[in-house]
Design a binder for this molecule. Structure first.
Ligand SMILES: [Mg+2]
Length: 227
């Protein structure tokens, strides 16, 4: 045993009494390392990176849209539902500035300055829908008080017209979940006689609950979670 220890000291530069590192079993991923990985994921261009994944999901959504338009009857009122943040507009600049910590004032500041650029793959889907006569509805968890700034940002970024923009009312029940709010707005669309053929969002809570769209497409967003 003593010989083995001496061999280790000679070979590996360990001093007597120093131990090799014993890792912690089941330790969660390191936060600093995860942030670095997310920044790389957002910037890289390989197939498993953010932008290529966004493009692929938009292509999938586009295929669903084309199928629905081709199969529709003349009387059908078709609708596309889009979320806004990280679906139609990107808040990456603020996320990076705040080191992935949501700071309410910074987010509000960006909305007030209309600082969010369009997400190109969703903008293409938007134009494809409007050209095909599909009505576009935005449903966002942003508060009603941000309607004018949100509309101005969307228009400035090329989302030039839509059927309706639903924001969360100031007097919404405090216990209301995102799924309850968004599915409730979808119910209003269905009540107007529309078939929601496609719903696109970056959170599962954009897509779950009844009524659901005929096709729902989840975009990648490992940067934050809205349950
Ligand atoms: Mg979103």
């Amino acid at each position: 045993m003593r010989r083995i220890l001496l061999a280790l000291l000679l070979c590996c530069g360990l001093s007597e009494g120093q131990q090799a590192v014993a890792p912690v079993a089941g330790e969660p991923a390191n936060l600093g390392a995860m942030k670095a990985r997310l920044i790389q994921y957002h910037a890289c261009t390989e197939p498993d990176c953010y932008v290529p994944q966004m493009e692929r999901q938009a292509e999938l959504a586009s295929r669903f849209l084309k199928q629905s338009v081709a199969a529709a009857q003349p009387k059908d009122k078709l609708a596309l539902v889009l979320d806004i943040d990280e679906t139609s507009l990107s808040n990456w600049t603020v996320e990076l500035h705040d080191d992935f910590g949501y700071i309410h004032n910074d987010s509000d500041w960006c909305i007030a300055l209309h600082c969010s650029p369009a997400i190109p793959s969703t903008l293409r889907l938007f134009h494809e829908a409007t050209k095909a006569g599909v009505a576009v509805f935005f449903i966002t968890g942003r508060p009603e008080g941000q309607r004018a700034d949100t509309a101005a940002n969307l228009k400035a970024e090329g989302f030039d017209h839509w059927q309706e923009l639903y924001l969360r009312p100031a007097d919404h029940p405090k216990s209301q979940t995102t799924i309850e709010f968004k599915s409730g707005e979808r119910a209003k669309i269905v009540a107007q006689g529309y078939r929601i053929v496609l719903n696109v969002g970056d959170q599962l809570s954009d897509l779950q609950g009844e009524p659901q769209a005929e096709h729902s497409v989840k975009l990648p967003n490992p940067f934050y979670l809205i349950p």
